[in-house]
Design a binder for this molecule. Structure first.
Ligand code: FE
Ligand code: FE
Ligand code: ZN
Length: 276
């Protein structure tokens, strides 16, 4: 069975997210841990979390993916901003312990003229401070499009971060199809080659999740503008190959396409129909 869902708004709480996923026949979903632009999280409503956990178990919804606010910058030049990223991530991780079988995805950061090497060192430093030996949540680095000074634009940069992390067993990677395509990895005409390269540099065993997004822009554009599935430069044929690939087909897939819930429901149905 294809594990597929989409990004769901956390505005109405945890149980509401589970019900929203069920309403579009998703068996997984992604959500922001707090306002995506950052800021304080509401006090955790444990009863609501437990209600969601029970609902998801009952409806076979799993592999929940929490997404850190995208304004966090673990490799900011400013020490205060790095501290904010570290505290937010630590707080998110402590909350996520209440959700079984959960993963936490974050954008590595932007080095802003410090150079990728400095950025990579700061990101690893942050991870070494927030990861705990007893945590059950796996933390994922997202592959980035390489917009501006984003770190994580290449498999080599992600590997360099992972190399510096002490609790490696807590770490994985989330591959975003729009981002890698915009980053110059040709998943349309050379999916096999790209996965081979991922395997050589990072190791496919580290790949834990896939963000399924088409791209408004051409290969190597470094833009990061998501498009609906089949309506961009990646195209439906490539998505069919991706969800059915023997090395990918059992991973959870999350749509972050420009859609409302009815659009997500249609994309989930479309992709289920293409799954062999
Ligand atoms: Fe993301
Ligand atoms: Fe993404
Ligand atoms: Zn994106």
């Amino acid at each position: 069975m294809l594990k597929i869902g989409c990004h769901i708004s956390s505005g109405k709480g945890f149980l509401a997210m589970g019900k929203a996923a069920q309403s579009i026949s998703a068996n997984t979903f992604q959500f922001f841990t707090r306002n995506p632009r950052g800021g304080a999280a509401k006090a955790l409503d444990l009863a609501d979390v437990e209600a969601m956990n029970a609902y998801c178990a009952e409806h076979k919804i799993g592999n929940l993916l929490a997404h850190a606010p995208y304004t966090l910058n673990a490799c900011a030049k400013d020490a205060g901003l790095r501290e904010f990223a570290r505290n937010t991530m630590a707080d998110d991780l402590s909350r996520l312990e209440y959700i079984p079988d959960c993963m936490y995805n974050f954008h590595p950061g932007s080095h802003v003229q410090q150079g990728a090497e400095v950025g990579i060192a700061y990101i690893a430093d942050t991870l070494n401070q927030v990861l705990q030996p007893e945590q059950s949540t796996t933390v994922l680095l997202e592959t980035m499009a390489g917009k501006g000074s984003e770190v994580g634009r290449s498999f080599e940069e992600l590997r360099s971060i992972l190399d510096k992390v002490e609790l490696k067993e807590k770490m994985g990677v989330c591959l975003d199809t729009c981002h890698v395509f915009d980053g110059g990895y040709d998943i349309v005409s050379n999916l096999e080659g790209v996965l081979e390269e991922f395997d050589q540099i990072i190791g496919l065993e580290r790949l834990k999740a896939v963000h399924l997004n088409d791209s408004m822009n051409p290969l190597g554009s470094h833009k990061d503008r998501h498009q609906k599935i089949g309506q961009g430069n990646i195209g439906l044929e490539a998505f069919t190959a991706i969800i059915n690939h023997p090395r990918l087909r059992n991973l959870p897939f999350y749509l972050e396409t420009p859609n409302e819930m009815d659009g997500y429901a249609a994309e989930i149905a479309l992709l289920r129909g293409l799954y062999r």
